[in-house]
Design a protein around this ligand. Sequence first.
Ligand code: SAM
Length: 197
Amino acid sequence: MFAGIDFSAGDLVIEYGPGTGAFTAEVARLRRSGRAIRYLGIERDPAMCRFLNRRYPELDIVCGDVADVAALHAERDLPAARAIVSGLPLILMDEGTVERILASSRRCLRPDGVFRTFTYLHCFPTRGAARLRARIAGHFESAAVGRPVLRNVPPALVLSGWPTEAARRAHGYVEADAAAADPMPDYGVTSASRNVR
Ligand SMILES: C[S@@+](CC[C@H](N)C(=O)[O-])C[C@H]1O[C@@H](n2cnc3c(N)ncnc32)[C@H](O)[C@@H]1O
């Protein structure tokens, strides 16, 4: 989820739905290794929030709804985000909510930032997953699906949206990766679901 992002001191990561903290752990690790990354996590499950706050007292983990990300970001003295990583089940969420989350994400991101989320490989052919890819492509100037991450159980795909084409190139998505970074790669997707936009 953080591949290709060369964080500098003060860069902000916003995480949606940190849950059990798989991505949060990577932020904590990067900080321990000397990257002075700032962090805002938004998790609506109070038990998960308590767990995360105990586990990562050095990180700002708010118990709230990602739909309020713009307000939560604005009420803190935070820069625009270098990366927004989402563990939310976006393909299962209602369309209006996903639209609002993506629009707010775009506003909270730096021009050289990246929005990242993932879907499981077995969900890729579904209409919901195709709609999500189309929505990301609609909100960002550049969008891509990475190579399947087969080490994940179950195997997953990382979806990225960049505010600018230059940001995509800076994150390592260059022409050589074009086939893997096709916004609509054919991992057994039917023509019907590929055409959903
Ligand atoms: C798939 S799980 C977490 C994935 C995470 N990367 C992990 O390591 O556990 C999704 C999380 O999103 C949270 N969530 C779902 N909808 C949310 C919302 N609208 N606002 C904030 N958190 C939300 C859930 O409570 C859950 O903890």
